[in-house]
Ligand binder design. Structure first.
Ligand SMILES: [Zn+2]
Length: 224
């Protein structure tokens, strides 16, 4: 728990600093205490309460000082964020991920790809390369669901939904007439949908089901 708490303290501090808050440490402790009260009042775990306080704070426009993302932003997700990487690709962004990657290797990859690191690991944030912002990094609370992680990254970097990339490898998708894919599409889906895509890199087949539409709609709503 203390690691999670420390991770939140760092994020609270970063948000308050962005907002040029005075008495930074008092602000951080006030937010932690607020989560403590919420946890007691609503009988939820402290981790859950910290996540809620953080979420509310992060949506506060006044605290969003990050510049708009350059078109070429490239994400590198830590070993635990494979689901987030898939959905970032689904929303049109480059996002690399390797299962079980060691921390040293992860940092090396981030440097060579000039990528922005996404991590839930508060200990990793202690590394000098991240602390000194030599590698750009964004810490996500470890308690969020994948759609919540995705929304948070979208808000933090001011992203918009773009043409989807392959969720498996990040390759470009090309639209293929469904007749040409008849033997690869499950019959029910073939009847329901008309738009099908194939990855130019790995040849995987994709279509946008209700789950995809729901998640993308949620991201689009963030803008309003
Ligand atoms: Zn692919």
């Amino acid at each position: 728990m203390s690691r999670i708490r420390k991770g939140y303290e760092d994020r609270f501090r970063a948000l308050l600093r962005q907002a040029r808050a005075r008495r930074l440490e008092e602000g951080v402790q006030w937010l932690v205490a607020k989560a403590g009260n919420l946890s007691a009042r609503e009988r939820i775990s402290l981790a859950g309460a910290l996540a809620r306080v953080y979420e509310r704070l992060a949506v506060n426009k006044r605290l969003q000082a990050s510049p708009p993302a350059p078109a070429s932003i490239h994400f590198l997700c830590d070993a635990g964020l494979g689901g987030l990487a898939r959905w970032l690709r689904g929303a049109g962004y480059e996002a690399d991920w390797q299962p079980g990657i060691e921390d040293d290797h992860l940092l090396k990859e981030a440097r060579s790809l000039q990528a922005t690191l996404l991590t839930t690991d508060a200990m990793l944030m202690e590394r000098r390369l991240l602390r000194d912002r030599i590698i750009p990094v964004f810490w996500l609370p470890p308690t969020l669901s994948i759609p919540e992680q995705l929304s948070l990254v979208f808000r933090e970097f001011g992203l918009v939904v773009r043409g989807p990339r392959c969720m498996s490898c990040g390759g470009e998708l090309r639209r293929v007439p469904k007749e040409a894919l008849r033997d690869r599409i499950p019959p029910k889906t073939y009847g329901w949908l008309d738009e099908f895509f194939v990855c130019r890199r790995c040849d995987k087949l994709f279509w946008h089901g209700t789950h995809w539409h729901r998640i993308m709609a949620r991201l689009t709503d963030l803008k309003h």
